[in-house]
Design a protein around this ligand. Sequence first.
Ligand code: MV4
Length: 448
Amino acid sequence: MFKKILIANRGEIALRIIRTCREMGISTVAVYSTADENSLHVRFADEAVCIGPPSPKDSYLNIPAIMAAAEITGAEAIHPGYGFLSENANFSEICTDSGYVFIGPSPEMINQMGNKSRAKTTMKAAGVPVVPGSEGVVHSLDDGRAIVEAIGFPVIVKASAGGGGRGMRIIKEASEFERQFSTAKNEAEAAFGNGDLYIERYVENPRHVEIQVLGDKSGNVIHLGERDCSIQRRYQKLMEESPSPAVDADLRRRFGDAAIAGAKGIGYEGAGTIEFLLDSRGEFYFMEMNTRIQVEHPVSEQVCNVDIVREQIRVAAGEKVRETSYEPQGFAMECRINAEDPYKNFQPSPGRIESWHHPSGYGVRVDTHAYQGYVIPPYYDSMIAKLIVTGKTREEVLDRMYHALDEFVIEGVKTTIPLHKELMRNEQVRNGTFDTHFLDGYLKSKLT
Ligand code: MV4
């Protein structure tokens, strides 16, 4: 096992990784920007190295500075967390070529899944259901027209280099096709330097259901069930839960089989997430694969009783996944607490946390790097805490979450807590019948 791991990240995920390292007897190296001098990840790590000024490109994305930190501290492995360099093929390659174990995917895997059209073709070949559409990239307007004639409207045009909702266009009728396709191509070219597009039938009112997988170097893959992430705004998730209220045991088995077939098909190692669209008829389709630890991983940890970060470190060190099938034990939900004003279009609200009290008690977990007196820097993601609640039934979780949110005191900055409290009392949230459009509709209906 590794003796020392460098964590190339900040905030709650850096702390999350440090905690597991401690339990495993692994020493830790934090890296930080000058804006994060007082951040808890710096204080809780065994060593900390300043890697640059606040701007991410000069610090948390600064590969030479991070490699220098790894070298001077004698780290053996590098954990990238989520965001920043976690899905940067160049960083993965540099780490490996410099003799460090990268606790994340190979550059080939990142490239394979980062190209969304290629990822879809690969998953389809592995037997994973995909949305009917073009076979790979659509090279011309004429090819595109032929495809949409065959599959019928509405269709969705997606950028191969996009993902997470960037570079998409929904086209409702033939008369719009030419203009929308061309605009999408220009946008993709401008945003990603790659104008490749692919086309799919548009699935109306889907849920976002994703499967957590873990693979090892021997080709074993297990899954840790699903997470429902349908409650999101502009492709940013606000809350997630496991199990999904839309998934029964039979559908869970089919989801799991598909995810394992996909991950085995690509020889996936480490922790990954296969995202699916689930339509109103109960059919599901591959959407994207994320080759990193995700923000919402704790809900799977809570219902499967698995420390996913520990499993990442174990398999990166060459150990095997534990080949057991995990049945969800109870229910878990996560609310993302962001320093944003949910009543002012989610405007960021950085600054000093004047007072802070976070909830605790039976069934309550808080993953955070914030504390009373902490100054939230304006340069990074606005998420300041994740409140994760577990319970025997979904209703118990919703009630416990409401009370935990009520107990959460944050003064000095605006947060998403009041919106989460509303959602815990919302009828559609309570009966579990929401889809990916729910939150937009809910927020719109309040604007009067
Ligand atoms: C879709 C879709 C409907 N039909 N593809 C959005 C993010 C990106 N990962 C893919 N996305 C979608 N792809 C087809 N064929 C609807 C979405 C979508 C969505 C998906 C997941 C969560 C929230 C969403 C919000 C709007 C659209």
